[in-house]
Design a protein around this ligand. Structure first.
Ligand SMILES: Nc1nc2c(ncn2[C@@H]2O[C@H](COP(=O)(O)OP(=O)(O)OP(=O)(O)O)[C@@H](O)[C@H]2O)c(=O)[nH]1
Ligand SMILES: [Mg+2]
Length: 712
């Protein structure tokens, strides 16, 4: 394969709604580029992108796939991203490697939740956007409504480049407002016959072109002036304006395709080659941890970024790289700056799905893959020796919104399951697994139930370990709401050496910035930042040597034992000030054990009298739903004890901001999806701990009592 230089490279991600036709579009691009000789279909399970067993079984993409096409003397690298909302982590992965998002929109269904997710992440990551309106050949196609929805949701930046002449069954023709030509396709698609705009379309085309000219000029003052003076722009000027506008995200061009019929695809790729930024022309680039943006300097020293890692059938670990500076050459010794280890690049491949072609080198801006690295994970930076300190700022993945506990069906397979989970999550950064220490559960945190089902498929079919999913325990906390005092005398004198310790405590609820108590003189303070959040302030207020200083650590230890296993429900306690203000010792029988027990019991006693409360984790929730579905969603939120903090309208959607307790959010992604026919989306992020309502507290106390009885 020819080696392309940086300015000849275009990197795009095909993103957007579930089943909008991204994989079919990638297939048509590959066909036109001569990579394949006939169009595969997702139904037949023979596409370049959806080659994994799970994808063939589901007839839908699960993991993003890297492909490329050589056209117009350029190399276009393509990442075909799954559209289902649960796989939105793959959108983020793809955006970390491309300069342009091609948002594929199904003209039969218009703007969908997948469209919004693709746009939301593009906004967050400053990724330039273009739209490809697809399925223009389908019976239920509504081009005008789809375009109107795009404008309604994403504003005036949405800029029409082409419009179909005969959308719907029999579609084969569109007008291009930039080239001012008509493109008509033969049956079976492929290459368009290009002709002048016919007389009957001239007025309509002229009318629509005016908006294109204006949008093309907006990003560039000189062009704007020219446009005002001359009332029009040449095609070269428009290309210049469009290119700048796309790179700076002030223009979102819209093109027309029917991927399945391979129509419009040749022109779309030509448009991409001419108008979207090459890596070195992008205005928004990856950044280095130590500051500064990536330069894509072909002459520089090597820096490459691992944006994706996959465990491929029959191959093993495949590492996908974007070259950021210099050249990656076969045989190169590189440094993995994450762990300073050395790696050798034994092979460089370009991918078209699972098909790999070996190349000698790749220049800055290109996307390639390699195999047989020793220890390189997603997010790593590989460099030449000279750049050994350089690391790329890692991209932020969306917060998980669905958690479940998991265990091996056979406890002998615990370790196998753990290894499988670690391997799976290393390749899918939107899923996490960890052990919840207090609950003693292994937790999987994911982007939805379907995401977890995908994990289950891999556990069953690839890792071959039987696992079951069950409810995760809510990490409750305990605290106090008022001050209280208590004393405890630990005394034991039966046989041998006796034990004696007496401790008097005064406890208070802790809050940030609170003044010291003045009831007892404080002689020493210890602030303990609790591992599980919140604080314990331990004040020594002993006067006159009532308790020896050497026993204070033992008293604190006893209190900490109770903080770790709260007096109400055994949950962690937090945010308490303990003042030890009096006590008694025995000249012979006092020891550390006795004071530990006295401290622990005095604390337990005081805690019970201090208005103890159970706290629960509360999350900030952002729910985005079509306006006409608000009612059902609000009622459901109320049933989940959510408190609505605000509402905003965004296009024809409403964004609800609310606070909701984690305990009520179990399976929310599934409920929201069924309440909105899959058109709602939400994100949640831990906010704070709040006291549970009295009825909830009583139920929790009862449940704890029952569970403790069982253990006895
Ligand atoms: N009529 C028509 N159908 C299409 C077109 N493009 C795709 N389809 C069909 O739409 C369905 C989904 O196509 P895919 O290519 O799998 O869509 P996708 O966007 O990759 O789907 P996910 O990866 O699952 O999000 C398939 O049945 C395709 O045959 C098109 O241009 N016209
Ligand atoms: Mg797909």
């Amino acid at each position: 394969m020819k080696i392309y230089n940086t300015s000849q490279i275009r990197n795009i991600a095909l993103v957007g709604g579930n089943k909008s036709g991204k994989t079919t579009l990638a297939e048509a691009i590959a066909l036109n580029a001569g990579l394949i000789s006939r169009l595969g279909t997702v139904e037949a399970g023979n596409t370049l992108s959806d080659y994994r067993d799970i994808e063939i079984e589901r007839k839908s993409s699960v993991v993003s796939t890297v492909l490329y096409a050589e056209a117009n003397d350029k190399k276009v690298n393509i990442i075909d991203v799954p559209g289902f909302t649960d796989f939105q982590g793959e959108v983020v992965t793809a955006y970390s490697a491309v300069e342009t998002a091609v948002v594929v929109v199904n003209a039969q269904s218009g703007v969908e939740v997948g469209t919004e997710i693709a746009m939301m992440h593009a906004d967050k990551m400053n990724t330039p956007v273009m739209f490809a309106i697809n399925q223009l050949d389908a019976e239920k196609t509504d081009f005008n409504q789809t375009l109107a929805q795009l404008k309604e949701n994403f504003g005036e930046k949405v800029t029409l480049i082409q419009y179909p002449v005969n959308a719907g069954l029999g579609f084969d023709c569109f007008i291009d407002l930039l080239t001012q030509k008509m493109y008509k396709y033969p049956k079976g698609g492929g290459k368009a016959q290009i002709s002048d705009i016919p007389a009957e379309e001239k007025d309509h085309a002229e009318e629509l072109r005016a908006a294109l000219v204006e949008n093309a000029a907006t990003g560039d003052d000189a062009l704007m002036e020219k446009y005002f003076e001359e009332g029009d722009l040449s095609i070269e000027d428009m290309r210049k304006g469009l290119k700048e506008g796309i790179a700076s995200r002030s223009v979102y061009p819209v093109v027309c395709v029917a991927a399945k019929e391979n129509m419009g695809v040749d022109r779309m790729i030509e448009f991409i080659c001419n108008n979207v930024p090459a890596p070195n022309e992008a205005t928004h680039k990856l950044e280095y941890k130590e500051g500064g943006a990536v330069k894509y300097d072909e002459k520089g020293d090597l820096v490459a970024y691992v944006f994706k890692a996959a465990n491929e059938q029959h191959v093993g670990e495949v590492t996908y790289l974007k070259v950021l500076e210099g050249e990656l050459t076969t045989g190169a010794d590189v440094i993995n700056t994450v762990n300073s280890s050395k790696e050798r690049i034994s092979q460089i491949n370009v991918n078209a799905g699972k098909t790999r072609t070996t190349v000698d080198k790749a220049v800055a801006g290109d996307i390639v893959s390699t195999i047989k690295l020793k220890d390189v994970k997603l997010g790593a930076t590989l460099t030449s020796a000279k750049n050994a300190g350089v690391a790329v700022k890692t991209v932020e993945f969306p917060e998980p919104i669905y958690t479940t506990a998991i265990r091996a069906v056979e406890s002998t397979e615990d370790e196998k399951l753990g290894a499988a989970l670690n391997d799976y999550t290393a390749h899918d950064p939107a899923m996490q697994n960890y052990i919840a220490r207090e609950a003693k559960q292994t937790i999987v945190a994911a982007m939805g139930e379907f995401h977890v089902n995908t994990l289950k498929w891999y556990l069953d079919n690839v890792y071959k370990v039987k696992a079951e999913f069950y409810s995760p325990k809510i990490p409750y906390r305990e605290t106090i709401t008022k001050e209280a005092e208590a004393m405890y005398r630990h005394k034991k004198q039966s046989g041998g050496a006796g034990q004696f310790g007496e401790v008097h405590l005064y406890i208070q609820p802790y809050y940030e910035g609170m003044p010291n108590q003045t009831k007892y003189p404080i002689r020493g303070t210890e602030t303990i930042e609790l591992q599980w959040g919140g604080k314990l302030i331990f004040n020594n207020c002993i006067v006159g040597g009532a308790i020896d200083a050497r026993f204070m650590p033992a008293i604190l230890k006893g209190i900490m034992e109770k903080m770790e296993e709260g007096p109400l429900t055994g949950s962690y306690a937090r945010d308490i000030v303990v003042n030890v203000f009096d006590g008694k010792m025995h000249p012979v029988d006092s020891n550390e054990m006795a004071f530990k027990l006295a401290g622990r019991n005095a604390f337990k006693e005081a805690f019970k009298n201090a208005g103890p409360k159970i706290l629960e984790p509360v999350y900030d929730l952002e729910v985005n739903v079509p306006a006409d579905m608000m009612g059902g969603v609000m009622t459901d939120l109320q049933g989940r004890r959510a408190i609505v903090m605000g509402m905003d309208s965004k296009g024809n959607h409403q964004v609800i901001k609310a606070k909701a307790p984690l305990a009520e959010m179990n399976r929310y992604s599934t409920s929201l999806s069924s309440l909105t026919s899959g058109r709602g989306m939400f994100s949640m992020k831990y906010s704070e701990y709040q006291a549970v309502p009295t009825d909830v507290q009583n139920n929790l106390l009862k449940a704890y009592e029952e569970a403790s009885k069982d253990e006895e």
